[in-house]
Design a protein. Structure first.
Length: 654
């Protein structure tokens, strides 16, 4: 059995972040389309996405364009046109949330099911597979066992899972808190992050249980120690969260996971990387040096005790040490008179006596003494953290990685001159021939030929093997070698673009030949299912059998989840409504954003405050000392908590 390809998917806020993600080792990059992505503040122009595709495809790195918001009827028309423009840039897939978009005439690109589709059950992911989706981004809450169950039920869809970054406390796609409190919808790409606000927890008699804490705020995800276990469970795509993060974050976290994955590939031949080339770095990656609220692997292994960040939603960074001595304008750390790791310009933070995060900038470090610009009220015994490393950020502000594509070069001759063949590790190959009068050389030429042809300089290529095979010791001027090498590089780069364009053209031609339609639409839209078909007969068989199977599967899914077509189905346009009705749904309800219910559950969370406080009747065999129902209060907002212990979730209600 051949090794399974594993991809590392990095975020791109903009073109710069995307290019650096590729340089630092990403196998794929996801980037927001100009409109309609789940991070409205991270949209990019068509030209920028085209530039990113041109660079990434040199290394067989894929570009996934996010169109993953729910859409109005008018926006569907615009999104359809945008999808075709993205297709022309060379993107490799579209990440979507809205089923209505599948009812439009999309280009022949693979579709990825955004995590906003709430992909957490074997039934749901199998349905997505049957509908023709090529990849599904799983809910972050799934355990290894649950991932394995999904993989067994849907073996023909690539499973993508988050491994690092900020956590949404609610199941993605089922959070309406921001829309209810501010009018800014998470499903429309405008989340106001109301989960990071400070809340007061009251019991039914208005007794204060906890005051002014960030009770819905979670730590950040870090699953770097579980990558191989996730592969074994069925994950093939590892996603770094962060389309609003800066370029230094993308550099550091991408490099870190690239190296962790490569270490696994080195000892486990069952897996391999999915792109080409290799990266070298000028720095040592360290995730604690980038934005983080502390780390958790969330529910991957079990229901964990430490997943929350109640004290602050801000970055605490890396632990530095305990304050030992404090004077009027300096402080020192316990256990050493030297603090060589702390330097002028660092940002340090600590929790003050009120439990609030407080910070200061380091002015200088002298003889182990840390001198702030402005001395805070800090006490001996205080734990100190660094959330800005001046040394580290200075390194990352400069070119910090280089990605090279190995090439083999062959030099030879033919009766009328010389020829050069260059082939990179992707299999791309070009041959350049030049007529040239052959004259005997006074001294051996082989070594000079190898030296000159190896001078690939600041190109993306690196000569790993240069072979010389000519019929005689002929004189070859360095200028000829240089010119032929330059042309070979140019044509090899151009070949990567041509190969991708040809790939798309073949798909389009095959679609026209088979006239295969999207099963989910049951209309005249081309199906992504045929990307896996190698013969016309197979595509036709899919076309004939799939709708019935899909209908049955969706109806079974609706019976398993009778509330699936209330406002939580996120039906925001007429095409999405028609899609569900055509598969047997009765009276599907409009989205929360389109028609807010009088009373609604605003969050469905696996995070549970009763568990966090030690009062879980299931896992901790404990009882709360307070009367339920509990209330969450933020200014004029009052929310009611209910606890669904059977399904192990907490509901945040209006």
């Amino acid at each position: 059995m051949s090794a399974r390809a594993i991809e590392l998917v990095s975020p791109a806020r903009d073109l710069e972040c995307g290019i650096e993600a590729v340089k630092h080792g990403a196998d794929a990059v996801y980037i927001g389309a100009p409109k309609f992505s789940a991070r409205a503040a991270a949209g990019n122009s068509i030209d920028e996405i085209r530039q990113l595709c041109d660079f990434a495809h040199i290394f067989n790195v894929r570009i996934y364009a996010a169109l993953n918001t729910i859409l109005t009827d008018a926006e569907l028309i615009e999104a359809e046109r945008l999808a075709w423009r993205l297709y022309d840039t060379g993107v490799d897939a579209l990440i979507i949330q809205d089923f209505g978009l599948t009812q439009t005439s999309l280009p022949p690109l693979p579709l990825h099911a955004s995590t906003q589709m709430d992909n957490r059950t074997p039934e749901k992911v199998r349905l997505l597979q049957d509908l023709g989706f090529r990849q599904a981004v799983l809910a972050r809450e799934l355990s290894l066992g649950e991932i394995a169950e999904v993989s067994a039920a849907a073996p023909d869809i690539t499973l993508e899972a988050f491994v690092h970054g900020s956590l949404c406390v609610s199941y993605s796609g089922r959070c309406y808190l921001s829309a209810a409190m501010t009018g800014r919808s998470a499903n429309r790409g405008e989340c106001a992050q109301c989960c990071r606000l400070p809340y007061t927890l009251l019991d039914t008699d208005s007794k204060v249980i906890i005051a002014n804490k960030h009770l819905l705020s979670l730590k950040d995800l870090n699953r770097s120690d579980a990558l191989e276990a996730m592969m074994e469970a069925g994950v093939s795509s590892f996603k770094i969260e962060g389309r609003l993060k800066d370029v230094s974050y993308v550099k550091n976290i991408t490099a870190y996971y690239r190296q962790r994955l490569d270490a696994i590939f080195a000892h486990n031949p069952a897996f391999r990387r999915s792109s080409s080339g290799y990266s070298t770095y000028t720095f040592t990656s360290a995730p604690e040096k980038s934005f983080n609220r502390g780390f958790t692997d969330y529910f991957l292994q079990r229901r964990a005790d430490e997943i929350t960040s109640f004290d602050t939603p801000k970055s605490i960074g890396e632990y530095v040490g305990v304050v030992e001595e404090v004077r009027a304008n300096w402080a020192s750390l316990r256990g050493t008179k030297q603090s060589p790791d702390v330097v002028a310009g660092d940002g340090l933070v600590f929790f003050n006596e009120s439990g609030e995060l407080e910070g200061f900038r380091v002015n200088k470090v002298e003889d182990g003494r840390i001198f702030p610009y402005k001395m805070p009220d800090i006490k001996p015994g205080t734990h100190l953290y660094r959330n800005y490393s001046h040394t580290f950020e200075t390194l990352l502000s400069k070119p910090s990685a280089e990605r090279k594509l190995p090439v083999a070069i062959e030099w030879g001759d033919y009766p009328d001159g010389f020829m050069l063949t260059m082939e990179d590790e992707t299999g791309a190959r070009v041959t350049i021939a030049r007529p040239f009068a052959k004259e005997p050389a006074r001294k051996p030429q082989d070594e000079n030929i190898r030296i000159q042809l190896s001078k690939l300089g600041n190109t993306v290529f690196e000569a790993t093997n240069v072979s010389v095979s000519i019929s005689g010791n002929y004189f070859v001027p360095s200028s000829l070698l240089s010119e032929m090498r330059r042309v070979a590089v140019e044509r090899l780069l151009a070949l990567h673009k041509i190969r991708y364009q040809t790939h798309y053209q073949k798909i389009a031609s095959f679609l026209a030949m088979t006239d295969t339609r999207i099963p989910v639409a049951m209309t005249d839209t081309h199906s992504p299912l045929i990307f896996s078909a190698s013969e016309k007969e197979k595509a036709n068989a899919v076309k004939q059998s799939q709708p019935t199977e899909t209908l049955t599967r969706l109806q079974n899914l609706l019976r398993l989840n009778p509330n699936a077509l209330d406002y939580t189905a996120n039906i925001h346009n007429s095409k999405a409504k028609t899609f569900y009705e055509s598969l047997g749904a009765k009276n599907p309800q409009p989205s929360f954003e389109k028609q807010p219910p009088d009373k609604a559950t605003l969050m469905f969370t696996k995070h549970c405050l009763k568990y966090s406080l030690g009062w879980c009747p299931v896992h901790q065999n404990a009882k709360t000392p307070y009367k339920e129902p509990f209330k969450l209060i933020y200014r004029d907002t009052k929310l009611t908590l209910t606890f669904d212990c059977k399904n192990c979730q907490m509901l945040v209600n209006q």
